[in-house]
Design a protein around this ligand. Structure first.
Ligand code: FES
Ligand SMILES: [Fe+2]
Length: 402
């Protein structure tokens, strides 16, 4: 049965008060890498259709507040970090990490008894740092634990963060994560075609999928595939890797594992934060975390899909700002997408009943020291992927520290 317009709206819209917005707000979301605030400690950001200011105070505390000062609506993007929080650039009102106004320089001086500031509060969201990323929680109390996914906690990994701004709805990025079969064409056929046009050798062989399977587990959907020529006990079929509900893909192999968060900026824009890790050789010095903001389009406005991530992004952006799912024809290869949408609908219903949706962690014993993500150790081996292009791309990630 085709998706109706009403169902598509419900699945894609994330603004305040929408069912999907309410569901997504129940999960901690990464909003930046901490070292980005070394460069500029006060930054304008936008998530779930809300304009916000992310900052680090003089005391080293992180805060995320609505973008408008309650006095006369000056943007707090121009705020000054203060020991107590963030000071508005216009008349100096100060807000703490909970959004409470804690100082009004003129009023405090002229009318100290009035304590007008006690009546002023702006929207604020809690922020926590983990693994070099800053995570914010946009949902109601009680605040759940910030999941300590293994890659964020392990101390044997070097990390390169790459950020992409995508001009499309978040669900297109995640549908792709529930759709293993696209590998044959988007990465092999289209990827090789793109490389050929650039005068470069083919990136991979086009192994065909014989079977695909999806298992719902505690944190999301484990997806598995059996490829032509691969044994039944191959890692990809026996283990697979997970889509962590609702908007995270964990993929990679033993030496190079990645977390890919797809965070809605609004209904037609998504921020991807890729947290790429490389296992450090024993005895080598840890490398500092790097962050790179990558443009998807070249100077001519063209998307050149010469790497696996860019091929995926071509798939997402190529479906338009919000994919018109009323025109889709879902088939057997889309059973992961169908299952994922069902989970989204079930969990929107859970949130409407004010129950925790799937995967929310409230028990410290479950979260500490870390939550191991089961995944294949020899990811994509059967594809004989020539990762040269891909690693070359990662090696080029510039360090914006300082
Ligand atoms: S507008 Fe912010 S203090 Fe006046
Ligand atoms: Fe892909």
């Amino acid at each position: 049965m085709a998706t109706t317009q009403e169902q598509n709206d419900r699945l894609t819209q994330v603004g305040p008060g929408t069912p999907m917005g309410n569901l997504m707000r129940r999960y901690w979301q990464p909003v930046a890498a901490a070292i980005e605030l070394d460069v500029e400690p006060v930054r304008k950001v936008r998530f779930f259709g809300e304009d916000l200011t992310l900052y680090r105070s003089e005391a080293g505390e992180y805060g995320l507040v609505e973008d408008r000062c309650a006095h006369r609506c000056m943007s707090l993007e121009f705020g000054i970090p203060d020991a107590k929080g963030l000071r508005c650039a216009y008349h100096g009102w100060v807000y703490d990490g909970t959004g409470k106004c804690v100082e009004q320089p003129f009023e405090d001086r002229a009318f100290p008894e009035a304590r007008y500031r006690d009546r002023i509060k702006i929207t604020a969201y809690p922020v926590q740092e983990l693994g070099g990323l800053l995570f914010a929680y946009f949902g109601p109390d009680p605040v759940p634990l910030l999941p300590r996914w293994d890659l964020l906690v392990r101390n044997d990994l070097d990390v390169a963060v790459e950020k992409h701004l995508l001009p499309c709805n978040w669900l297109q990025c995640m549908d792709n994560a529930a759709d293993p079969v696209h590998f044959e064409f988007l990465h092999a056929a289209f990827g090789n075609y793109t490389l050929k046009k650039l005068g470069r050798p083919a990136g991979m062989t086009q192994a065909r999928h014989l079977k695909i399977e999806f298992d719902v587990f505690r944190y999301g959907i484990m997806k598995r595939r059996l490829l032509e020529g691969a044994p039944e006990d191959s890692d990809e079929w026996r283990v697979g890797h997970p889509l962590i509900f609702p908007n995270l893909l964990a993929v990679g192999n033993e030496g190079t594992s990645t977390l890919q968060y797809r965070i809605p900026i609004d209904d037609t824009h998504t921020l991807q934060i890729a947290y790429r890790t490389t296992k450090r050789e024993p005895g080598t010095e840890p490398k500092p975390i790097t962050v790179k903001y990558s443009e998807l389009f070249d100077e001519a406005g063209k998307l050149v899909a010469d790497t696996i991530p860019k091929q995926d992004m071509t798939g997402w952006v190529g479906q338009g700002p919000i994919s018109d799912r009323t025109r889709e024809h879902l088939t057997a290869s889309d059973k992961g997408v169908i299952l994922y949408h069902k989970l989204l609908v079930d969990n929107m219903d859970r949130v409407a009943r004010d129950e925790d949706p799937m995967g929310i962690i409230r028990d410290r014993a479950e979260n500490e020291p870390m939550v191991d993500i089961r995944r294949e150790h020899e990811g994509m081996r059967a594809f004989e992927v020539r990762y040269d292009n891909y690693f070359e791309h990662i090696r080029k990630l510039a360090d914006i520290r300082g």
